[in-house]
Design a protein around this ligand. Structure first.
Ligand code: AKB
Length: 323
């Protein structure tokens, strides 16, 4: 069988860098092509990189040809909060790039395509607790509309052309290696950095805003497990709910205080509160658990210990248990 050659779009984003490194470990450095509109310092120095704006179909086609690409992880997108500042260009960027990827997948008969969906695909009138896989979906942000539409396009290309497109509805992703940008769940990353840097944090969401969240090692493993699962196991061709934990800003602050009792938090909700309020508070991901045996490993406390330890190391600070 031909060896896989994998293209990651939006590879310098929060998920792309870590996912790309995990894929390099499995397939070898030369089998993974990182691409983005510009290279970031976070990429491994030996990473193969191409400048690519995925809204330009001819540029995408050239790279697919150059590296004889067999799989694409299409991560390039504008996220929820930033998208609300530029709705029409967000729609254009998110949809044109996805359709370009699906079309090249169809034309070149690529083995597999990965497209990330999000909890943003749900909306205000979705039942909030333990949100089901199949439920009311009327997203309120342009990012959410693009994710729901993207799920339907993914399913369409699978049903009509047999293209093996797979997708997950990610919760908020939390990581210390590459920072997120432009999302509503970004507070759950900022809070850990500010805890180490300033021992206090002002949160842009209110204290009892519960949202589904996931630590990056789980997200990377879940994505690869989905992509490596046997074809017949993938019965859901829109996107799978993917859960791990659910918490509020108050609860993450309490988890930090177990390790840094002097840490303090204030609340100053802004325009992102309405976006968070339109999303589920927790997810039912039983379909992913049943069909391809999804199982998260990190809960809030385990993640908090790991985040604080690693950010302190990164910033050259000592994590002292203060009492
Ligand atoms: C965002 O906040 O926009 C993203 C997401 C939940 O998809 N992190």
């Amino acid at each position: 069988m031909k060896k896989d050659s994998i293209l990651i779009t939006g590879a310098c984003g929060q998920l792309g860098t870590e996912l790309g490194i995990a894929l390099q470990n499995i397939h070898g450095n030369n089998a993974v092509i990182f691409s983005d509109i510009r290279r970031s310092d976070q990429l491994p120095p030996d990473a193969l990189f191409e400048n690519l704006d995925t809204t330009q179909s001819q540029d995408l086609a050239k790279i697919v040809e150059k590296y004889q690409i067999t799989q694409i992880y299409h991560l390039a997108a504008i996220l929820s909060a930033k998208g609300e500042q530029m709705p029409l260009s967000t729609w254009k960027i998110n949809m044109d790039s996805l359709l370009n990827v699906l079309e090249i997948g169809r034309e070149k008969k690529l083995n597999k395509i990965y497209f990330p969906s999000s909890i943003a695909a749900f909306g205000t009138n979705t039942p909030k607790e333990n949100t089901q896989q199949d439920t009311i979906m009327h997203p309120n942000t342009v990012y959410g509309i693009s994710k729901l539409t993207g799920e339907l396009w993914a399913q369409y290309y699978f049903q009509k052309y047999g293209l093996d497109v797979r997708s997950l509805r990610y919760p908020g992703l939390i990581s210390y290696k590459t920072l997120p940008g432009g999302g509503t769940t970004d507070y759950a990353v900022d809070i850990y950095f500010k805890a180490i840097q300033e021992n206090q944090y002002t949160c842009f969401l209110s204290e009892n805003t519960y949202l589904p969240m996931m630590y990056m090692p789980d997200a990377v493993r879940g994505t690869i497990e989905l992509m490596e699962a046997e074809y017949d196991k993938i019965q859901t061709r829109t996107a799978y709910n993917l859960g791990a934990m659910s918490f509020s800003p108050k609860e993450v602050a309490q988890a930090i205080q177990k390790l840094q009792p002097a840490f303090s938090i204030q609340y100053a909700p802004d325009h992102r509160q309405a976006i968070a309020d339109s999303w589920p508070r927790s997810l039912d991901d039983s379909r992913a658990r049943q069909e391809w045996q999804w199982q998260p490993q990190y809960d809030l406390n385990r993640m908090t210990e790991d985040m604080l330890k690693n950010i302190a190391l990164q910033l050259g600070k000592t994590l002292i248990k203060q009492s």
